[in-house]
Ligand binder design. Sequence first.
Ligand code: HXC
Length: 258
Amino acid sequence: MDAPLVKVEVVGRVGVLTLNRPKALNALSNEVIDELAEAMRAFDADDNIGAMVLTGNEKAFAAGADIGAMQNWSYMDVYKKDYLGGNWESLKRIRKPVIAAVAGYALGGGCELAMQCDFIIAADNAKFGQPEIKLGVIPGYGGTQRLPRAISKAKAMDLVLTARMMDAEEAERAGLVSRVVPLERLMDEAMEAAAVIASMSLPSVIMAKECVNMAYEGSLSETLMYERRNFHALFATEDQKEGMAAFVEKRKPDFKHK
Ligand code: HXC
């Protein structure tokens, strides 16, 4: 049997997804994305999982979409098959939080896949970039839209137009990544963060994720109202009673809905 393109593992309440095409620096073929989407959907539906970590290896998170596969595609090929729709697009509908643990290259579609996750923890050797312009194309999986929202128009234009790479320290300064840690600490840090999330009440975790994502979608007054209504809704949960009672009673909460 062929090795899986995405390795799947469960540690406590955390689902770990490891891109596994090391010889091609985890280049993202449709087959990789199909396996990834299937595994993520399974974790999303699994009551024993509260958060996920998506990672690659020490050299590459992912060096982009598979250039060899794309090389001879025509406009009709990509248009009719709606390349980057389907399972690629479906990843944004995963409801549980996904942390990208990035070491090495996160380029092109690899950078976009990391940005598609809820937040990025980077190893100190991580390198981010959108080098598509060198291939005669542009970012197609969110790079031109998510990057300016994450790091400002100036830096996004710089990266997208010059194809230069940004190291982990610059990425943290720019706001693309939430933390930078030594390479050997990367998985521990990401797993600890995911375990903390997985210990919270799942309805509030999902609503928090949805509300933060809404910050990119509508007008401020609409999204503030969206947040407030979700905040109100959480008062219908047993976990709100438990969380607040635990604080008042100076003990740890024991959430029912994980
Ligand atoms: C297919 C890739 C690949 C990719 C690397 N490889 N990136 N194969 N698609 N995106 C393969 C190489 O062909 C090579 O295979 C092996 O991985 C190792 O790569 P090397 O180039 O030998 O490694 P190195 O010299 O260390 O250089 C690393 C690198 C370089 C700087 C990351 O590989 C590189 O520039 N890669 C392409 C980065 C890129 O342009 N990404 C954007 C893709 S377009 P062999 O068989 O020769 O050993 C894109 C579209 C986005 O992502 C929209 C859709 C998501």
